[in-house]
Design a protein around this ligand. Structure first.
Ligand code: G16
Length: 574
C-alpha cells in the first residue's frame, strides 16, 4: 500500500444553493452535460447521496465502487467524487482504471468485493459530449440500481442542501495506474483509501465461470469451420471488454470482426443505443456481409441488440423468451438451477408462454431494472428482461449486454448454428408475440402530459371498456377488455409504485401501452408499445409492422397522439 503524500488534507465546507429538479428518473439522474457542470449541480447531487448514505449506514464508513461509461465529464466527475468522498467519511473507493467501467461490471465488482454500493457515471444510451447528456446512478450493496425509496430520499435531501464537503487539495489522482493509496484527512479518525482496479479482469473472470468458453471457442473456430460474427460497441465503454473476450480469451480474431471498440468521450458522434435506427451500421453490415450473428451494445454496456444472418432482427422480447426457454445449456444455470422469470410491463408476453410451459412463476414489473432486484435477491427469478434492449440474469443485478451475447452464442453452439432457425423453432413451439415500440422523442410543451392525463381519465371512467373498434387496416375488430394505469406492489418488501403506464388490453389478449420515458434529458418522450399474439404458423414469417398496423392506428386514434403532440410520425420504431 503506497502513501504518496504525508500531508493531512483539510476538509472545506462550501455553501451551495439547492436545486429542485434532481429527481432521478427510470435509471438515475440524466441531464444535459452542461447542466451537470455548472453551479455545482453535480457536486450537490453527490452530496445529497453522501448525506443519505451516512444516515442509512448509521455513521459506519462505507466502501463504494466508482466507474463510468467514458463519456465527456466522466474523468473529471470521478476526481470530484474522490475529493468529496474523502470529506464525507467514505472509507474506501474502488475506482475503475481511467474511471471507465461498464454498468454490468460495476454490479459485478460491488458483489465480488462486498462493497456498500457504487456510483455509476453514465447517461447510458443517451448521446454523450459537452452538448449532449451526462448522468449519475447510485447502486446499492446487492449490485443493483437503488430502489425508489433510496432515490426519493436522496432527492428530498437535494432540495434542502445548504453546503457541500470536499478536500480541495486532493487533486489529480492518477487513475491510470492500478494500485492502492491512502490519505490522511483532517478530522477523520480513519484514513481515506483509494484503489484503482481493472474491472475488465473481474468481469471477464466471472463470464468464464458462467459460460463454457471452450464450447463458444469451438463454435467460432471449430471442426464445423469458421462462424463469422460482427460486434459493434458504438464507441461506448464495451470496447475493451469485447477485445479482451473475443480476441484474447476466445482467440477468435479471424471469426470476430469488431467495430467502434475505441471508447470516445462523444461516442464518436454515435447515439449509443443499440436499436435498428441508431445501430444502423450493424444492420447494414449484417445485411451485406457474410456474418452469422451480430450484436451491438449501448454506451455503458447494459443494453444489447441481437441480429442473425442477413440482418434478421431478434426483438428483445423474443430474445428474453428464447433465452429463458434454453437456459439449461449454460453451465451457471446447470449449477444454480432455474427459478422464475420476469419482464417489465410493456415487454411482450412471449416469455409468459415459456413460463407457463415450464411451470415457472412469471413476474411483471414496472419499467426499470431496479424493480427486478428484490426478486433476484429472494431467488424468485433467474432471468429477466425488457423490451428496451435489456436482458440479464441473477448473476449480477444489472442488465448485461455481454452476458446476453455470450448466452446467445451458447445457444448457437448447443442448439443450432442459425439465429433464425432458433427463432422459428421457438415460435413453432410457443406461438409468436408480434411486438413494436413507437418513440416520439423530445417533444416540447405540455402536449404529452395532457395526452397522458386524458388517458388516465379514460381509465378512471372505464368509458372505453367493452367498446369495439374497427381499424382502417384489415377487417379485424378489437374490443377493449381492460384499460388501466399500471401499478405494482413488490412481493418482497411490499413497496408500492403507481402510474407506470396506461394499458389497453383487448379481448384477444393484444395490448397497447402508453407511457412517458423516464430517461430523456430534454422535452418529453412518448412511447407507444404494441403486443399481439398469433398461434397460426402461417403468420410467423410476416413482417411485424404489417401485422401490427391496425393496432398501432387504433392506439394513435384512442390517444389522439398527433393532436396532443403535433407529431405525425415517430422518431424511432423498434
Ligand atoms: C433504462 C432502464 C431500463 C428502462 C430503460 C427505458 O435503461 O435501466 O430499465 O427500460 O431505461 O426507460 P424509459 O422508457 O423510461 O426511457 P438504460 O439502458 O438507459 O439504463
Amino acid at each position: 500500500m503506497s502513501n504518496p503524500e504525508q500531508i493531512k488534507h483539510a476538509i472545506e465546507i462550501r455553501t451551495t444553493k439547492p436545486f429542485t429538479d434532481q429527481k432521478p428518473g427510470t435509471s438515475g439522474l440524466r441531464k444535459p452535460t452542461k447542466t451537470f457542470k455548472a453551479n455545482q449541480y453535480f457536486e450537490n447531487f453527490i452530496q445529497a447521496y453522501f448525506d443519505d448514505l451516512t444516515e442509512t449506514m448509521n455513521g459506519k464508513p462505507p466502501t463504494l465502487v466508482v466507474g463510468g461509461d467514458g463519456r465527456h465529464f466522466v474523468r473529471e466527475s470521478a476526481q470530484i467524487i474522490i475529493q468529496m468522498a474523502a470529506a464525507n467519511n467514505i472509507k474506501k473507493l474502488l475506482v475503475a482504471r481511467d474511471a471507465k467501467m461498464s454498468t454490468p461490471a460495476v454490479s459485478c465488482v460491488i458483489r465480488k468485493y462486498g462493497t456498500d454500493g457504487g456510483i455509476v457515471l453514465t447517461a447510458s444510451h443517451n448521446p454523450g459530449g459537452i452538448d449532449n447528456d451526462f448522468g449519475v446512478k447510485f447502486n446499492i450493496a446487492n449490485g443493483g440500481p437503488a430502489p425508489e425509496a433510496v432515490t426519493n430520499s436522496v432527492y428530498d435531501k437535494s432540495r434542502q442542501l445548504t453546503n457541500i464537503r470536499l478536500c480541495p487539495t486532493l487533486t489529480n489522482i492518477d487513475l491510470l495506474t492500478l494500485g492502492k493509496h491512502t490519505y490522511e484527512i483532517e478530522g477523520r479518525s480513519i484514513p481515506f483509501e483509494i484503489e484503482i482496479i481493472d474491472s475488465v479482469d473481474d468481469y471477464v473472470q466471472f463470464m468464464k465461470e458462467i459460460f463454457d468458453f471452450d464450447k463458444i471457442r469451438n463454435l467460432l473456430n471449430g471442426e464445423k469451420g469458421k462462424f463469422p460474427i460482427m460486434i459493434n460497441a458504438l464507441s461506448g465503454v464495451m470496447g475493451p471488454y469485447v477485445l479482451r473476450i473475443f480476441h484474447q480469451e476466445l482467440n477468435a480474431k479471424n471469426a470476430v470482426t469488431v467495430k467502434n471498440c475505441e471508447n470516445l468521450e462523444d461516442f464518436g458522434g454515435h447515439h449509443p443505443d443499440p436499436n435498428l435506427t441508431y445501430a444502423h451500421e450493424l444492420v447494414e453490415d449484417m445485411e451485406h456481409g457474410d456474418y452469422e450473428f451480430g450484436a451491438a451494445f449501448d454506451g455503458d454496456g447494459d443494453r444489447n441488440m441481437i441480429l442473425g444472418k442477413g440482418g434478421f432482427f431478434v426483438t428483445p422480447c423474443d430474445s428474453l423468451a428464447v433465452l429463458a426457454a434454453n437456459l439449461n445449456v449454460i453451465p451457471y444455470f446447470q449449477k444454480h438451477g432455474i427459478h422464475g422469470y420476469a419482464r417489465s410491463m410493456p415487454t411482450s408476453g412471449a416469455v409468459d408462454r415459456v413460463a407457463a410451459k415450464n411451470q415457472k412463476l412469471l413476474y411483471e414489473v414496472p419499467t426499470g431494472w431496479k424493480f427486478f432486484g428484490n426478486l433476484m435477491d429472494s431467488k424468485l427469478i433467474s432471468i429477466c428482461g425488457e423490451e428496451s434492449f435489456g436482458t440479464g440474469s441473477d448473476h449480477i443485478r444489472e442488465k448485461d449486454g455481454m452476458w446476453a451475447v455470450l448466452a446467445w452464442l451458447s445457444l448457437l453452439a448447443n442448439i443450432d448454428r442459425s439465429v433464425e432457425k432458433i427463432l422459428h423453432a421457438h415460435w413453432n413451439t410457443y406461438g409468436r408475440n408480434f411486438f413494436t415500440r413507437y418513440d416520439y422523442e423530445e417533444i416540447d410543451g405540455p402536449g404529452p402530459f395532457s395526452m397522458l392525463k386524458k388517458l388516465e381519465q379514460m381509465c378512471m371512467s372505464n368509458e372505453l371498456v367493452n367498446k369495439s373498434f374497427n381499424t382502417p387496416y384489415g377487417n379485424k375488430q378489437y374490443t377493449i377488455k381492460i384499460m388501466d394505469d399500471f401499478h405494482y406492489q413488490d412481493p418482497v418488501d411490499g413497496s408500492y409504485t403507481e402510474k407506470q403506464g396506461i394499458r389497453i388490453i383487448f379481448t384477444d389478449g393484444s395490448r397497447l401501452v402508453f407511457r412517458l420515458s423516464g430517461t430523456g434529458a430534454r422535452g418529453a418522450t412518448v412511447r407507444l408499445y404494441v403486443d399481439s399474439y398469433e398461434n397460426n404458423p402461417s403468420t410467423y414469417t410476416k413482417d411485424a409492422q404489417e401485422m401490427l398496423r391496425p393496432l398501432v392506428s387504433l392506439g394513435l386514434e384512442i390517444a389522439q397522439l398527433e393532436e396532443f403532440t403535433g407529431r405525425d410520425k415517430p422518431t424511432v420504431i423498434t
